[in-house]
Design a protein around this ligand. Structure first.
Ligand code: BGP
Length: 479
């Protein structure tokens, strides 16, 4: 057995991290547009006002807004079967709460979709990828407010209607479970809590806001699934999770229980709601013990039950360990969903521990739990790339990383997992979501754009470009 003959090989991006053109075509301001970043700051910062002259990475990003044809042609040259991208909500509804969509925004994505279809590349569209309209954050503190659901559904209706017959696969919220951590509040949900140092990673966390926001997102997601099926029965709508594989640090039963709790909260809670259509019992205990009160209305259970997703997708970059020993608990350590480092694994330059076997392990867990088709819609190695004197970019470290993960996906397929596609992250270099840097590169295609704002945006094939092309050509046989 091998990968399916119709396996979707491709790549993934997100609007705010590559498009640029942040005020063109009538686009409004998204939350990432008010973040500064780059290697000087090492992490993104929020400024409540847009300061003149400050370098905002998402303002220009890699100028895909003007160069999408060139980029899609390069993806086609690699043989992509699928391209995952997101639609910036603020291109369609600049403030987020208008009643009518912005035609220029709808047209931009229509052209982008048509360009993909020209090369037989199947679009996979993330409806909301870390880019809530900033106006809605200012007006209602974003997803903390139930009125967000209607705004989101208007957005969905506009794009589901417009792209009917051209698109089949949709994802509601990127990495929705990032909101089980403080980090996900602004980045994922557009929620602003009290900010201590102007650095959004340093917000005073208000867990109740995040979980209330998640409840509204779950409802919005379920209603969007239902709406999609009504508009076009061919539409398939999926969820999208960060799969942060987690192990007990030792075989001590207490570590295993701790690990199970971590998995429940971080890896399974959101997908359980989205795939099974109801809240799992374990989260009720967590809410109680952590004084979290989520306001729900009569009829919410029915809404969730009526809108389970059609397929499961996740990003996969790293794993971490859990321990019940408080002395060993060191928060963070580069593993974005928390935990302690695994002594058996090496890490990327950003401290993300590399664990290809964890992907096989997790894919089996996901399949056992949901029995839904699975796509791995993000995976990859953020690295410092350099252009050699002969103009080549020898990113063999990236090839090694991807090869090992593809091998483990293949093992999962042999285990019986229904794996449908693989779209590695940042198939073209783009702005990092967590740090705002250009220096953290994932692409098969190098973009001449640097953190000091220099660079002419020209594109260059890396060595991994030719490697991935061969992988696709041989349906994953020749790695
Ligand atoms: C995921 C996000 C992406 C992306 C990726 C890599 O969490 O969905 O938007 O950026 O991680 O992360 P980073 O850019 O921080 O290296």
């Amino acid at each position: 057995m091998s990968f399916r003959s119709d396996f979707y090989w491709g790549g993934a991006t997100a609007a705010n991290q590559l498009e640029g053109g942040w005020q063109e075509g009538g686009k409004g301001v998204s939350c990432p547009d008010v973040c500064t970043g780059g290697s000087a700051t090492k992490s993104k910062r929020i400024t409540p006002v847009l300061e003149e002259g400050t370098f905002y990475p998402s303002h220009d990003a890699i100028d895909h807004y003007h160069r999408y044809k060139e980029d899609i042609a390069l993806f086609a040259e690699m043989g992509f079967k699928m391209y995952r991208f997101s639609i910036a909500w603020t291109r369609i509804f600049p403030q987020g709460d208008e009643s009518e969509p912005n035609e220029a925004g709808l047209k931009f994505y229509e052209d982008l979709i048509d360009e993909c279809l020209k090369y037989n590349i199947e679009p996979l569209i993330t409806i909301s990828h870390y880019e809530v309209p900033f106006h809605l954050t200012q007006k209602w503190n974003s997803w903390t407010d139930r009125r967000m659901i209607d705004c989101f559904l208007n957005f969905c209706r506009a794009i589901f209607t417009r792209y009917k017959g051209k698109v089949k696969y949709w994802l509601t919220f990127n990495e929705i479970n990032s909101a089980t951590t403080a980090m996900g509040a602004f980045l994922g949900q557009g929620i602003l809590n009290e900010i201590k140092t102007m650095d959004f990673m340093d917000q005073v966390d208000v867990p109740n806001n995040r979980f209330q926001g998640l409840h509204h997102q779950f409802l919005a997601s379920a209603l969007a699934v239902k709406m999609a099926h009504e508009i076009d029965p061919n539409y398939q709508v999926g969820c999208m999770q960060i799969m942060a594989t987690s192990y007990g640090l030792t075989c001590h039963p207490a570590d295993q229980v701790k690990n199970q709790q971590q998995n429940h909260l971080r890896n399974w809670f959101c997908s359980d709601v989205q795939c099974r259509g109801k809240y799992p019992n374990y989260i009720k205990r967590y809410f109680k013990e952590n004084n979290i009160t989520v306001k729900m209305e009569p009829g919410d259970d029915e809404i969730l039950a009526a809108g389970p997703v059609d397929f499961y997708t996740c990003s996969y970059y790293m794993s971490a360990c859990q321990t019940a020993d408080p002395a060993k608990q060191k928060a963070g350590q580069g593993n974005i969903l928390g935990g302690v480092p695994n002594p058996y694994l090496k890490a990327s330059d950003w401290g993300w521990q590399i664990d290809p076997e964890g992907l096989r392990y997790s894919l089996n867990e996901i399949w056992d739990r949901y029995q839904l088709p699975i796509f791995v819609v993000e995976n990859g190695l953020g690295a410092y790339d350099k252009i050699d004197e002969d103009g080549k970019i020898r990113d063999d470290y990236r090839v090694d990383y991807l090869r090992q993960h593809i091998e483990q996906m293949h093992e999962a397929v042999l285990d019986g997992v229904d794996l449908r596609g693989y779209t590695p992250w940042g198939c073209i270099d783009l702005v990092s979501a967590s740090t705002g840097e250009m220096a953290k590169r994932y692409g098969f295609i190098f973009v001449e754009r640097y953190d000091d704002g220099t660079g002419d945006f020209s594109r260059r094939r890396k060595e991994s470009f030719y490697w991935y092309k061969k992988v696709i050509e041989t349906n994953g046989e020749d790695l």
